[in-house]
Design a protein around this ligand. Structure first.
Ligand SMILES: C[S@@+](CC[C@H](N)C(=O)[O-])C[C@H]1O[C@@H](n2cnc3c(N)ncnc32)[C@H](O)[C@@H]1O
Length: 265
């Protein structure tokens, strides 16, 4: 008997698995011979288990206080092991599987490098939920999106006329696995950096999309300086609205024959 060649599909469950899991994703979970998942909530985990009872959690690779990268490497190795064994392998991650998700991208890269078919399918991310809940359209003034620690470490260029979305503020400055986050231990460094570009009383939003049906999202508006004492969790994303209007390049606008009124949003 010729052994089937392994393959990999990476799918996302959305943020609220009940409701955001697509029919396409359900079909892939059902038809795969090996399913792994990286999911942060128990309901989402149960949904995956109902669809594919033998599904295996990759969360067990996290070790308290150890660098998260160690867990990611072990996850990738476990996924690749199944592909090499000839499994039609599926890895489901919460949200969009390619958004702020190192192991899923790495598994795809390595599977392809080893000659296996590997595909990622998009899903609803926390940022997609934020746009809907906070009524933000990135087309209005543009939108920057950064991992909070990297934003500070790499001194990313800030444009205060655009929206700014900062991920992983609940584990700011921490590369280790802390299931509850680090409770803002070094968050003052982020606040200091933001205050170089925004006034201290600039209103920012602590955002947590609803994970369960009939629950409301957290949309807590606070002055920027108060971020130091805010309750931050591993699911908190920080939204910083523009602090000033964008400046129009009049010359190019005239050269293109665009009416000012057409630019209003
Ligand atoms: C490792 S990333 C995973 C992102 C996920 N793949 C996605 O597509 O949204 C974890 C970060 O995503 C954001 N996040 C996760 N769940 C969230 C939620 N329910 N509401 C808002 N942001 C969330 C937070 O910034 C969190 O620190």
């Amino acid at each position: 008997m010729i052994k089937e060649k392994g393959s990999l599909v990476v799918v996302g469950t959305g943020i609220r698995t009940v409701g955001q899991l697509t029919g396409d994703t359900i079909a892939r979970l059902k038809t795969s011979t090996k399913v792994f998942y990286i999911i942060a909530d128990l309901v989402g985990e149960q949904v995956i288990k109902q669809i594919h009872p033998a599904a295996e959690s990759l969360g067990r690779f996290y070790r308290l206080g150890r660098n998260r990268k160690e867990a990611y490497d072990a996850m990738v190795e476990r996924i690749l092991g199944a592909v090499r064994e000839g499994h039609r392998t599926c890895c489901a991650a919460y949200g969009h599987p390619g958004v702020f998700a190192f192991p899923t991208h790495e598994a795809i890269r390595r599977a392809r490098a080893e000659g296996y078919e590997a595909t990622m399918f998009p899903a609803i991310s926390a940022e997609d939920c934020l746009f809907a809940d906070l009524g933000v359209d990135p087309a209005s003034s543009g939108c920057q999106s950064h991992e909070a620690t990297r934003f500070v470490l790499f001194r990313k260029v800030v444009d205060p006329s655009s929206s700014l979305i900062l991920w992983q503020v609940g584990m700011f400055g921490d590369a280790t696995y802390q299931p509850e986050g680090n409770r803002g231990r070094w968050i003052h460094l982020l606040v200091e950096r933001l205050c170089e570009h925004y006034p201290e009383d600039h209103e920012v939003t602590l955002y947590e999309a609803a994970v369960f049906i009939n629950c409301a999202p957290r949309m807590e508006r606070i002055p920027l300086a108060k971020l130091i004492e805010a309750r931050l969790t591993p699911a908190t994303t920080l939204y910083v609205p523009p602090a000033r209007s964008s400046v129009l390049d009049e010359e190019t606008c005239a050269a293109l024959g665009i009416e000012r009124a057409a630019l209003a949003r």
